[in-house]
Design a protein around this ligand. Sequence first.
Ligand code: SAH
Length: 193
Amino acid sequence: MEEIFYRASLCILIVAFLMIRAPSVMRASRTKKVEDKKPTRERFLVALNFVGMLGVPLIYIFTPWLDFFSLSFFEFIRYLGIAFFVTGLILLIWIHKALGEHWSMMLKLSDEHKLISSGPYSRVRHPMYTFFYIMVISTALISANLFVGVFGILTWTILYIVRVGDEESMLLEQFGEEYQQYMDRTGRLLPKL
Ligand code: SAH
């Protein structure tokens, strides 16, 4: 298949991701939040991930500037990337539906925060972070571009490592024993065996 097919597919998948996210982003901007953890650090890391997940892939899609880093992947690997991304988007719809108004781009607790532990949250504590791994890995496979892949996976991993511990401490402080029990029966990114 021609390179243009993969660029167009990735573009459509990114637009679909933004469309799935849009209603939650708009709702979150209207919801009152009481606690905002480490706003400067969070803003910096989120901005870095905008570059890694959207900026760099868009440069790959629309310009030849990153062609130097292209790798020769088997076609089926790039197809696999498309299938993986589509599966991730279906999961993302389910995750947003379950988390509802409790979603936020940065670390926050809303006025009437409840602990969600059903649907995708029943066995995994951070299914949305699992989704972001699916997104950066499938973007790497579809683009077959070393720079796009490494930059996306690296920037996401930095945000994940820096944030996840603080997020759990914040929820533990808020929900106490309920969150402790929830932690005992769930895995962070994948279900506990
Ligand atoms: N880490 C989760 C949620 C990402 S959105 C995931 O990967 O699916 C980030 C916000 O979700 C955090 O600010 C936190 O307040 C909220 N949050 C995380 N886990 C939650 C849960 N189980 N129930 C309710 N809110 C949660």
